[in-house]
Write a protein that binds this ligand. Sequence first.
Ligand code: PLP
Length: 284
Amino acid sequence: STVYLNGEFMPMTEAKISPMDRGFLFGDGIYEVVPSYSGKLVGFEPHIRRMQDGLTALEIEQPLTLEQWRTLTETLLEKNGGGDLGVYMHVSRGADIKRAHGYPASVKPTVFAFTFEIPSEPVADLDKVKTYKAVTEQDLRWQRCNIKSTALLGNVMHYQASQRSGAGETILFNRHNELTEAASCNVFVVKNGVIATPPLDHQILPGITRHILLDVLRQDGSLPVEERTIDMDEVKNADEIWLTSSSKEIAPVVELDGKPVGNGKVGSVWLAAQRLFSECKYNY
Ligand code: PLP
């Protein structure tokens, strides 16, 4: 595949970075993943804005403008044949001459992007939907989970707990027994027709899928939705649980810690929500 590294397009096998890159040594960087179906991007601008916010939080200079990111992305998609592709974008603080914790005074950020094949777009169809089993764990990550840092070891270790149990995700709760998010997704619950998701704060990533879903639900107005603190007991007793992310869109969880969620089947509120999402997602 063709990748982008520091201003140039090249074969993946030719892309080289310094072992002194702070992305490698410290996980000192920000990343994004944007899905594209047949060349149509979902949420491109909010994804780039979130990356820019992350770079600002880390005091890394903005290497590209929104329009330059767009050109880079469109070129990369074209060079990789279009189709259904995820675009991974990564900006690290760059390579320093020494390994020291403090941010170096002058260093050029490393900018890297590549595409990878993704499944065809999820559809609002009870027979075709991919369902998930999830396990739960106490959220042991850092307290800046709103920053989409490339330092993902906490997420990776939480995710692995699901793999050991033959599940597909790990849903996390804080020390007050409140839902935060999953290892690589945001989480929504449904009870008696009311949809709820935790509010944005330092405990969760401000997911773009979460944002789009909340927006389409509110514009439609027929399904009540709340952003509020959710106790894990509510998660365990929910009628429906959904995972949201750019690659999964809205994915129903049918089993939690080995027990069925609701009646163990994909719910009717999921169907309505995924239908609205599918109709509107290219407007973002
Ligand atoms: N939460 C975490 C920890 C993530 O890594 C992700 C990314 O996939 C999400 C939530 C969902 O975010 P988005 O909808 O922007 O893909």
